[in-house]
Design a binder for this molecule. Structure first.
Ligand code: G3H
Ligand code: PYR
Length: 215
């Protein structure tokens, strides 16, 4: 593994150890970005991944990076090599994607952004490990096989730690966190669309508080 990847992976590990849950966020209106991130941080969730799934996502990252203290701000849903430069320029401090591809991994090698790539099978996880990725996102966690599936990878692939994401809920989080190869989970349940649309930041802070206390 190159020293550069090892250093970036150490940064990924630090992000995943900030708390039990990474908030995965879809920002549809730019005006929601800052109060949403502030509500998550106020509730104790310090790792926030803004997915590049909406036209305002990069501006949302820019606004949060400029205005919100105490947040580890990631860009999610990176699908193309150019997304690394765009996410870094906007102020993201880590990058996430649902899977990976040779082109994305080459772009990650060339980028300063720490990268959390997705894997859903033993082969994908092993292929990423060959390129230096000890920290990976298990996605989509529940449809891909759930807790039992990931548990069965722990013994044969002891060097890989996962952030389980995709279909994970607050009530299921303790079972994921109990696995030896899970360091955190990710989820969008902290930011339901109706609460965001209504600007109900206290309710989102309460969901974040509940998530931050999960063990
Ligand atoms: O990171 C990806 C997902 O969109 C989060 O999954 P979820 O909405 O099932 O929590
Ligand atoms: C699903 C996922 O990993 C992402 O949107 O980044």
């Amino acid at each position: 593994m190159s020293d550069a990847i090892a250093g970036k992976q150490a940064s990924v590990e630090r992000v995943l150890r900030l708390g039990p849950v990474v908030a995965v966020v879809v920002v549809r209106e730019l005006a929601h970005a800052v109060p949403l991130a502030r509500a998550l941080v106020a509730g104790g969730v310090k790792a926030v991944e803004v997915t590049l799934r909406t036209p305002v996502a990069l501006d949302a990252i820019r606004a949060i990076a400029a205005e919100v203290e105490g947040v580890a701000l990631g860009a999610g849903t990176l699908l193309a090599p150019r997304d690394f430069d765009a996410a870094l320029a906007a102020g993201a401090t880590f990058a996430v994607s649902p899977g990976s591809s040779p082109l994305l991994l080459d772009a990650a090698d060339d980028s300063a952004l720490p990268y959390l790539p997705g894997a859903a099978t033993a082969t994908e996880a092993m292929t990423l490990a060959e390129r230096g990725y000890r920290w990976q996102k298990f996605f989509p966690a529940v449809p891909a096989g759930g807790v039992e599936y990931l548990k069965s990878l722990a013994s044969p692939l002891p060097g890989i730690g996962f952030c389980a994401t995709g279909g994970v809920s607050a009530s299921a989080t303790p079972a994921w966190l109990a696995l030896p190869n899970v360091v955190a989970v990710g989820g969008s349940w902290l930011t339901p669309h109706d609460l965001v649309a209504a600007g109900n930041w206290p309710a989102i802070a309460a969901l974040a508080r509940e998530a931050a206390a999960l063990r």
